[in-house]
Ligand binder design. Structure first.
Ligand SMILES: NC(=O)c1ccc[n+]([C@@H]2O[C@H](COP(=O)([O-])OP(=O)(O)OC[C@H]3O[C@@H](n4cnc5c(N)ncnc54)[C@H](OP(=O)(O)O)[C@@H]3O)[C@@H](O)[C@H]2O)c1
Length: 162
């Protein structure tokens, strides 16, 4: 990736699922540090520590699973719902707006056109400081998916056949 970046063929070097310790390690030994790190990030797992480290290294945090893929009854969460309703927005829009205001790039996924439109319609309102603080409290600092530190998960990934 460094070679192709230097040739001008790549605009940016991105990595995925580099936890804070792995990111620091990688950044220390490469010639060109990654510019993007895509990581599970949503209101229930806000990645504050990782985000700080990435900022120090001028690397953009990109959220995969910004809706936690609906886990934890995401779209019915009462805090997301009640804050969203003040702005005439859905839980999904509120969750995306929260991350965007935290300077986190979001890549929500939907197979429905109307939801794609809903999900992009988040640039016409701003959450207040109080609402941001309330949403910050939803953070459990834990994954709703898996840990890349779990040896069984690493074995599963290594043996994964497409
Ligand atoms: N780097 C990695 O390790 C990694 C891991 C996982 C995912 N990703 C990427 O992250 C992106 C996000 O995808 P994701 O599937 O993980 O998670 P997600 O965006 O958190 O959740 C997607 C789910 O939310 C539903 N949804 C979307 N918009 C909605 C809305 N407005 N209201 C209600 N439900 C809504 C979708 O249903 P419908 O489709 O039925 O609308 C789908 O079930 C994808 O591009 C994916 O490739 C990367």
């Amino acid at each position: 990736m460094e070679e192709y970046y230097e040739k001008g063929l790549l605009k940016a070097i991105g990595v995925s699922n580099f936890y804070p310790d792995r990111f620091i390690d990688l950044s220390h030994f490469v010639k060109i540090k990654p510019m993007v790190n895509q990581m599970e990030t949503h209101v229930f797992n806000q990645q504050k520590k990782l985000h700080e480290i990435l900022k120090e290294n001028k690397c953009q945090l990109m959220s995969w699973g910004p809706f936690a893929e609906g886990r934890n009854d995401f779209f019915n969460n009462t805090v997301l719902k009640s804050i969203g309703s003040k702005y005439g927005k859905t839980s999904a829009q509120t969750a995306l707006r929260y991350l965007i205001q935290k300077n986190i790039v979001v890549i929500p996924k939907s197979t429905h056109k109307e939801r794609m439109i809903e999900n992009i319609n988040v640039f016409d309102f701003s959450l207040s400081n109080d609402d941001m603080a309330a949403l910050e409290k939803l953070d459990t600092e834990n994954s709703l998916f898996f840990s890349h530190y779990d040896p069984d998960f690493v074995k599963f990934i290594l043996n994964y056949k497409i």
